[in-house]
Design a protein around this ligand. Sequence first.
Ligand code: PRP
Ligand code: URA
Length: 208
Amino acid sequence: MSVSYMTHPLIKHKITLLRKRSTGTGEFRKLIEEIAMLMGYEALADLPTADITVHTPIEETIQPVLNGKKLAVVPILRAGLGMVNGILALVPSAKIGHIGLYRDPDTHKPHEYYCKLPESIDQRQIVVLDPMLATGGSAVAAVDFIKKQGGTRIKFMSVIASPEGVSALMKAHPDIQLYVGCLDRCLNEDAYICPGLGDAGDRIFGTV
Ligand code: PRP
Ligand code: URA
């Protein structure tokens, strides 16, 4: 598995603002969307293109356009939803799947409650979205599910990851490409990322 850590100062700046306890719901949502867009720009740099003929007001020319089946964006519910519009700003025609997982608060193990992917998933570039990669349990389960449905070309985008989460995902799915906004220090006893940003789903949806 290849892991890419984001180095762009805009991404770093926005992740720092995201972490602040004082960042309210509206600003948090806007930041996570902007970060997803900036990370998406990097993660989608190898999308395939094909040449077509276009007529400019001046002359006929052969130029590249995106080629192949439309991208499948797959947010892990709930928090991954906060990143979807950032990717759609880049690729408005992308198809969207959903994987519903929540972590049991005691065991920290993921529980699946909803899964629906776009058709012909085996022929699409898939981008899984989840802002937090903590133990890695949710990420591993989501990629397991996508592979069972036939998905093969899988990129995973996470805004903040723990070393434990990156290792778990690398071990379980060495063939995927992982994009991490920032690698944090460790997990605490409740399996929250330190320093992290708290509970991403709650901060996006204003539920606590
Ligand atoms: C969060 C986060 C990930 C998961 C990461 O979701 O969005 O999906 O935890 O933790 P893990 O790497 O240890 O599995 P959560 O279960 O809190 O659900 P929510 O998005 O509905 O709030
Ligand atoms: N899920 C979150 O939302 N935050 C964490 O730090 C860990 C899991």
